[in-house]
Design a protein around this ligand. Sequence first.
Ligand code: ZN
Length: 114
Amino acid sequence: MLKAKTRFLKSHVKVGDMVCVLSGKDKKKRGRVIALSTREKKALVSGINKVKKHLKARKIGDDSGIVEVEAPVRTDKLQVVCPNCDSPTRVGHELNQKNIKVRVCKKCKKQFAK
Ligand SMILES: [Zn+2]
């Protein structure tokens, strides 16, 4: 059985990353991660997985209508775009000089900025 799911799960993507979508209707599109839920393994990516939402004005001053908003995408469909070689890549982990774990690009072996 699964244990309590309250612990923090690690993810290869982080907020602010440029990511590339591997499959689905937004395949090969790129966007920046706005929000991340490691527990649900989902991320909100700008311009990716847009859905139409029908809004109804419930208060005075609210607008009704159809708006397009981003819906969360599963993070296993996302690959980080390396800022050094500008290609979607897998992510490795290394220790830097200060013994802090940093993410590295598997293609060009360079460290990510953060
Ligand atoms: Zn790279």
